[in-house]
Write a protein that binds this ligand. Structure first.
Ligand SMILES: [Zn+2]
Length: 185
């Protein structure tokens, strides 16, 4: 794609020209020869820009690990098989597929994980996640956690439970998750 529309800058291959010549191609599939005003794409929010930043190769390389680090649950299956031949690796499940939320109780000496990571030792949450995977960047962990805290309603519920544990340490705290079944679940 080394050619561009002279009006909107859309990128094309030479074979996609709708007029002109090889030396002076014309393209109309994008903006109809400048008749359609296409607004410029806005700059992404800082966090998304960080994800796209080529210098942040560590995040891209470990994106699945970062995703798992912030998961509320782990997955369990009854029977599993892997197809590791040429082509796309296949993950084959037989029987039930579950999301396990695990215990709320943290055993002595255990580093909080999954749901526990949001509730226990919240002041050191990022450091605890990094303990589980020393390859994680603290800056990236903090950025992801900040986004989740702002936009994920469940994280806010767990934050309230964490606050309650700090301000009322002897009180029993319960988080009740109610599942409403519908035709999509
Ligand atoms: Zn154009």
């Amino acid at each position: 794609m080394d050619k561009a529309c002279e009006f909107c800058g859309a990128r094309f291959w030479i074979e996609e020209r709708t007029g002109g010549s090889v030396r002076q191609p014309a393209y109309t599939k994008c903006c109809a020869g400048g008749k359609v005003a296409i607004p410029r794409i806005c700059s992404p929010p800082d966090f998304l820009a960080m994800l796209r930043d080529v210098r942040n190769g560590g995040l891209r390389k470990n994106i699945r690990s970062y995703n798992a680090a912030f998961a509320f649950t782990s997955t369990r299956v009854q029977s599993i098989g892997f197809e590791l031949g040429p082509g796309v690796h296949t993950y084959r499940v037989h029987g039930g597929y579950y999301h396990m939320i695990g215990g709320m109780e943290l055993e002595d000496g255990q580093i909080p994980r999954f749901l526990q990571a949001y509730v226990y030792d919240a002041a050191n949450e990022v450091q605890n996640r990094q303990l589980r995977n020393p390859n994680f960047s603290q800056v990236t962990l903090m950025a992801i956690r900040d986004i989740l805290g702002r936009y994920n309603p469940y994280v806010r519920v767990f934050e309230r439970a964490a606050d309650r544990l700090v301000t009322h340490p002897t009180e029993e705290v319960r988080v009740v998750l109610t599942v409403t079944r519908n035709h999509n679940s």
